[in-house]
Design a protein around this ligand. Structure first.
Ligand SMILES: *[C@@H]1O[C@H](CO)[C@@H](O)[C@H](O)[C@H]1NC(C)=O
Ligand SMILES: *[C@@H]1O[C@H](CO)[C@@H](O)[C@H](O)[C@H]1NC(C)=O
Ligand SMILES: *[C@@H]1O[C@H](CO)[C@@H](O)[C@H](O)[C@H]1NC(C)=O
Length: 357
């Protein structure tokens, strides 16, 4: 608790700043980046195609594997791609399963995090990469957590944005996790999972997608506490076609590219991540991890998002403290999408940590 208070005190020192393009070769928009010839495809042993931005490292710099979450796609990492490519880091930035140019299977069972972690290893194998740091955001942090548990030797370290290191959990039900959040926070931060896992959720989202995009990238992150998180709240927000002002850190053009890519892929794939948590599929999949692999001995960076009403920093502090002996924790004073909203600050935090590896 004292650590948490220190973290929150620190957060007042963090001033978010907008990203300045300083190199004319930088990608200008999501669309510009997404059409780049630096995208490659690899077919993994499960038969799925992964679409990913690839850039080789210069000299002895490591390669950074950026793993996005819900709902997102590779080009959302534009500020990290522009920044770290100039710094000489290699980049592997996939569209994760269910998104963009990667396969979008309709069977939720194939979306478990250990299976996706293996897919990522096969991409690294295809590129003959050995010097790799994995960086996850949101569900990407869960996949990176399993990559750390199962393939720890393949990486130099692991960074987690918003969602921290998430150890395997083979016992808790969704109801128990929802109640734990509610007891800790006074509201059910995971209440929306029930809607996302329910039959028909994809259709509801399709019919009311403008409202979904509004709240996903709402100007006021506090709205998530009332209109997104609690049981039934998001469904009500969508079905009443509610709207809210969008964040200013995304241009109208980038927002429209985001809507186009996510809508085209449909929602059955992305919602699978939630279905597996609400059923016991995710818990069963986690049984492949032996207890001794719950500890991450490689360096870990956790960048928490102070204004995130769903992924609340204090819910993730304990696993990092207890299971990551070489961890560094930072907090940025933003909502969930810190890697856009405070791109400069997040990039500098990552760079400082990477230089110490
Ligand atoms: C921009 O970055 C590229 C490498 O990505 C480099 O070759 C070029 O010299 C840089 N240009 C400027 C103006 O910094
Ligand atoms: C990886 O190494 C193998 C064996 O040396 C080679 O055949 C393959 O072309 C390499 N792949 C890449 C992407 O460099
Ligand atoms: C998960 O559900 C299946 C089918 O209902 C059941 O057979 C299995 O024992 C459950 N596993 C766990 C870990 O609860």
């Amino acid at each position: 608790m004292r650590l948490l208070l220190n973290l929150l005190a620190l957060s007042s020192l963090c001033i978010s700043s907008t990203f300045a393009l300083s190199n004319s070769t930088s990608w200008l928009t999501f669309d510009h980046l997404y059409r780049s010839p630096k995208y490659k495809q690899t077919t993994v042993s499960r038969g799925f195609i992964y679409n990913y931005y690839f850039s080789p490292a210069t000299a002895d710099k490591p390669t950074l594997l950026f793993v996005h979450g819900f709902p997102s796609f590779s080009a959302h990492w534009i500020h990290q791609i522009n920044f770290f490519e100039k710094e000489g880091y290699g980049l592997v930035v996939p569209d994760m399963l269910g998104y963009g140019g990667t396969s979008i299977p309709q069977d939720p069972l194939v979306y478990t995090h250990p299976a996706q972690a293996k897919d990522l290893i096969e991409i690294l194998d295809a590129e003959n990469l050995s010097n790799v740091v994995a960086i996850g955001h949101d569900w990407g942090s869960a996949t990176v957590s399993r990559a750390a548990n199962i393939y720890q030797d393949r990486f130099l370290g692991f960074a987690f944005l918003s969602v921290g290191y998430t150890p395997p959990d083979t016992v808790s039900t969704y109801e128990q996790r929802k109640e734990a959040g509610e007891n800790e926070l006074g509201y059910a931060n995971l209440g929306y999972w029930a809607f996302f896992a329910a039959t028909g959720a994809a259709e509801v989202i399709n019919q009311h997608s403008r409202s979904l995009f509004d709240i996903l990238w709402s100007r006021d992150p506090a709205l998530w506490k009332y209109a997104w998180a609690p049981v039934g709240a998001l469904q009500t927000f969508l079905q009443s076609d509610s709207s809210t002002q969008r964040a200013t850190y995304i241009s109208a053009e980038d927002m429209s590219t985001t809507e186009r890519i996510l809508t085209r892929g449909g929602w059955n794939g992305p919602l699978s991540y939630y279905k597996n948590e609400v059923s016991n599929v995710s818990a069963e999949a986690d049984e492949v991890v032996p207890l001794e692999s719950y500890t991450i001995v490689k360096p870990v960076l956790f960048i928490a998002t102070a204004k995130d009403a769903v992924v609340v920093p204090r819910l993730f502090v304990r696993p990092v403290l207890e299971l990551c002996p070489r961890s560094t924790t930072k907090i940025v004073n933003t909502g969930h999408w810190a890697f856009w909203e405070a791109a400069d600050e997040v990039n500098r935090m990552l760079l400082g940590w990477l230089k110490g590896l």
